[in-house]
Design a protein around this ligand. Structure first.
Ligand SMILES: NC(=O)c1ccc[n+]([C@@H]2O[C@H](COP(=O)([O-])OP(=O)(O)OC[C@H]3O[C@@H](n4cnc5c(N)ncnc54)[C@H](OP(=O)(O)O)[C@@H]3O)[C@@H](O)[C@H]2O)c1
Length: 302
């Protein structure tokens, strides 16, 4: 897989990233196999968060890929703190919290630097200047190489895009949820990379039971599913290939973090990657036929 620069950064990432949130249970043999096989497929970009599995997900990644550390890009996230009783977490974004918490992520990831440290959410009411200053200090000290944002709030995205040196924004983007398109021009103008999450629609447009999705009814999702089916049949490729092409062939998208959970899903991904490399064009209009486009309605104003 050809590596690309993520936004204006020097990070050379595979456009297909391994989102590790679906890998439950920590450092199991199966999870390690999945991570190694993903790496062997040419994936060098691994996305995790201190939140996932209360840090065990970072530990799993750091353990599995320690021998490949120089070859891989670790993207993790900060800003949520588990409650002591362990069944919920609170938003906790402040300069001191970020400066302190990075140490735990570094330890769990078994590394002395994080390639991409992302604010895991963000609210317009946060102490944004203090948060930006904390990320800048971590860059200066070499503990992180770059920082980014994971948010779907247009006002938060616009504020960080204007005031900080974020190199990427991770946000949900797929055939059913195209709301992120509203911020693509702003991010492109500032050379900030867009990392899609949810490209596989959690499997719903592949093989899972059709259900409602955001404001879309199950009937509307079923229509999208038929559109994907029809195009996949016409092109002689799998449905996963269509979903991946939909995201990765959009000029605004740098990479897609996929939640692969099993070795068989990784096999499907391998097939999809082969098919994708032979696909020169995707008829997006055909996929949009009859499908309502959702728009952001909240968090619009600074
Ligand atoms: N706020 C944030 O920062 C945030 C939020 C969400 C996600 N993320 C990141 O983005 C990554 C991806 O997000 P996501 O997991 O929500 O989206 P996703 O990639 O659309 O969905 C992952 C799910 O898709 C299903 N799947 C995978 N391969 C499949 C296949 N070949 N056939 C059928 N189903 C398949 C699996 O469901 P089953 O488990 O049911 O098999 C898997 O758990 C995460 O791992 C995480 O790194 C970040």
């Amino acid at each position: 897989m050809q590596l690309i620069n993520l936004g204006k950064s020097d990070l050379k990432v595979s456009p297909i990233a391994m989102g590790t949130m679906s890998l439950k249970g920590g450092s199991t043999k199966l999870n390690a196999n999945i991570l190694h096989e993903a790496y062997d497929l040419g994936i060098n970009y691994f996305d995790t968060a201190d939140l996932y599995e209360r840090g065990q997900n970072e530990t799993m990644l750091g353990q599995a890929l320690s021998s490949q550390r120089d070859q891989v890009i670790y993207a993790t996230k900060v800003g949520n703190q588990w409650r002591s009783e362990g069944n919920a977490w609170d938003w906790k974004a402040s300069g001191p919290y970020i400066i302190k918490t990075v140490e735990s992520s570094l330890t769990r990831l078994k590394t002395d630097y994080i390639d991409l440290y992302q604010l895991h959410g963000g609210m317009i009411e946060d102490p944004i200047e203090e948060i930006i200053d904390a990320f800048e200090r971590l860059v200066e000290s070499g503990k992180i190489r770059y920082y980014g944002l994971s948010s779907i709030r247009p006002n938060v995205i616009a504020t960080y895009a204007e005031r900080s040196n974020i190199v990427s924004v991770m946000m949900q983007y797929n055939l059913l949820d195209r709301r992120a398109e509203a911020v693509f021009p702003l991010l492109a103008k500032r050379n900030i990379g867009v990392v899609s999450r949810g490209a596989l629609t959690q499997g719903m447009l592949i093989d899972k039971t059709i259900d409602s999705y955001l404001q879309l009814t199950s009937g509307e999702v079923a229509l999208a599913n038929r559109n994907v089916d029809r195009l996949a049949d016409n092109l002689g490729v799998g449905k996963m290939t269509i979903l991946l092409a939909y995201v990765l062939k959009h000029s605004a998208i740098s990479a897609a973090a996929l939640g692969i959970r099993t070795l068989s899903q990784l096999d499907d991904l391998k097939t999809a990657m082969d098919e994708l490399s032979k696909m020169s064009f995707l008829d997006r209009e055909d996929l949009h036929k009859g499908l309502r486009k959702l728009e952001y309605t909240d968090h619009l104003h600074s």
